[in-house]
Structures are given as C-alpha cells and as structure tokens.
Design a protein around this ligand. Sequence first.
Ligand code: NDP
Length: 333
Amino acid sequence: MSIPDTHHVIRFHETSESYDVLKYETVPTPTIDEDQILIKNKYAGINFIEKYFRIGLYPSQLPYTLGREAVGEIVKIGSNVKNYQIGDIIGYLSSQTFTQYTVINPTINFRILKISENKDSILQQFAGSLVQGLTALTFIEESYKVKKDDYILVHAAAGGVGLILTQLISKLGAHVIATASTDEKLNLAKLNGAEFLINSSNDDIVSKVLEFTNGKGVEASFDGVGKDTWDISLKSTARKGTIVSFGNASGAVPPVTISTLTPKNLKILRPTLFNYLTTLEEWDYYSTKLIKLIESNDLKIDISKIYELKDYPKAAKDLETRKTTGKLLLSIP
Ligand code: NDP
C-alpha cells in the first residue's frame, strides 16, 4: 500500500465549549522508527471524553489531535518489531486516532488486539467496544464486583457505556435499574436487559429506586453522568453499597466531604479504564474476555450512527446534546 505524504486529522488549536474549534486538517503523515508500527485507520470510536479535552476540563498540549481507539491495518513496520506483520488487522487503544494514520510502539503501548476476520461488521464491533466495552468489563469486576441478585443503578443506560453495562450486569443475574432522559432511550435499555426503568426527565429517581428495592437501595450505582446525579447516587445506594462515579457528562462532581459516607458506610470510587489496564497481563485478561463476548454475540455493540471523519464536529454536538444512543463511530477515508 502506498502511503501518502499527508493525511487528514481532527484536532483543535484552542480549547472551547464551541464546536468551531474542531478542525479537519491536512498534516504530514507520521513516520515510524525501528520500534514502531504505522496503522491505516478504518473506523475510530467516538467517546464522551473528547469533550473534556476540547473544553479544557482535562489538560492537553496544543494543537491536540483527538481520538482514543480505532481499528485498522498495519501498513508499515519497524525492523525491531516482533509479533506483528504488514497486513495485520488490529484494534487498539491509543491517543490520536481521529486520523488516517496512527503510529504506535507496541512494546510501550501493548493495548492492541488482532482481529481475525476482516469483515466490516466485525471491525465496527471492535472499533465500538474497546473503550466502552473494556470500561464496563473492568468496572463490574474491579470497581464493584457485581453479583447475581444485586440491584444495580445504571445512569444514562442507553448511552455507549450504559448499554454495555446493562447487558453485562443483567447477564450476571443482577437487576438493572436504568435511567435515561426519554422513553425511547429507556425502551432501548430494556431491550438490552434493564428490568426497571426510570425516566430522568420526569421521575424522581431516588423514590423510584427505593420503590423498586423495597426501601433498601441499590448495591451499587454506576454513574457516568457526574455532577447532576452525585446526590441521587448517594441517596439511592444501600447501606454498605458502592458508588462508582466514572464520568462528567453533566459536569465534574464537586469535592466530596468524607463524612458524607458515614451514615450508610458507603464506598466510593472514581476509576479510569487505563488504571485497570496498566500491565500486559491485565490487558490480555480483559481483551480476551471482550473478544469472546463479541465473537459469541453475547455482547452486542449497538452502533447507532457512523459519521465521516470530517463530520466529527456534528457527531460531537449530537453526543453532547443527548441526541444519541449506543455507540458512534467515525469512518476514516
Ligand atoms: P454516552 O453515550 O453515555 O453519552 C452521555 C449520556 O449522558 C447522554 O446520552 C445522556 O443520556 C447523559 N447525560 C446526562 N446529563 C447530561 C448532560 N448534561 N449532558 C450530556 N449528556 C448527559 O457517553 P459515553 O458512553 O461515551 O460515556 C458515558 C460516561 O462515561 C461519560 O461521562 C464518560 O466520560 C464516562 N467514561 C469514563 C471512562 C473512565 O475510564 N472513567 C471510560 C469511558 C467513559 P440521557 O439523555 O439518557 O440522560
């Protein structure tokens, strides 16, 4: 495959709430050293975290190229690289994937999986499941180990992480109490295994949770909404329960006073996926689980829309204004 001198990327030169700072630009194609591989990306997954970088909630070096995951083909390989070949189809976690070409060093960034079937539908499932699937898998095992018969509150259950959490938790035999802002979204959560539904635009979430759990509350609340739902999670969680606060979709949770946990002996965590995937053993364990779930169809990634790379600003707006469900992908030319 001939590699062009320049390629297209999505990046920003200044942080802002405005989508206008997102630029589709042409820049020199990266080159590799003897320890690196060059990947021609085919699909990249879109995640809410991109907003946090764009608005400056998370620090970035400017200009900042977006993206955390992709699938693609290895098109160039350094002389020291073992275990990979030109033509291998891989899925991987890395920064800078909203690009036609990405460079990684597989010794330093080992978060790569080989995809045996080069079929579009399979590639999309992997592009759509690396960040969100592994987030759900690690969190339900390590942040709070979900058990059969648990009652678990999943906020924004029709979103990317939410739909996967809902499927995995219900398959473990636990009861998913799902929240979402519309009945359409709740219906989708139900189709993915949610047993109890709460419309967060109209219902009092805490009263509903207490009603569904006979006044006890949930064993755990998985909360990626953040600021708007922190208090709801606190009130909905049972004595000795766990709040897994893992995102800022509505804004960052303000500092918490530790004595807030005392009345119910609660546990709180603020985990991030990457701290569960820091060793090769952890990566192998969770990525193997993910591959099995996808190949056996036991986990279905709901790809709700695929945008062209150049249309990322539109995708970002759709996601951040709560218009979307499931997973969004970018198709890379
Ligand atoms: P989603 O597809 O879940 O989209 C976010 C959803 O949050 C919306 O659809 C909306 O659902 C809900 N929401 C509630 N309040 C707001 C608000 N004010 N603005 C926007 N959305 C709101 O996104 P992702 O699946 O990509 O991510 C979900 C969360 O998980 C994010 O906070 C993300 O940062 C976090 N995350 C954290 C990781 C980690 O390692 N800690 C890894 C991956 C994701 P509704 O309309 O139904 O309320």
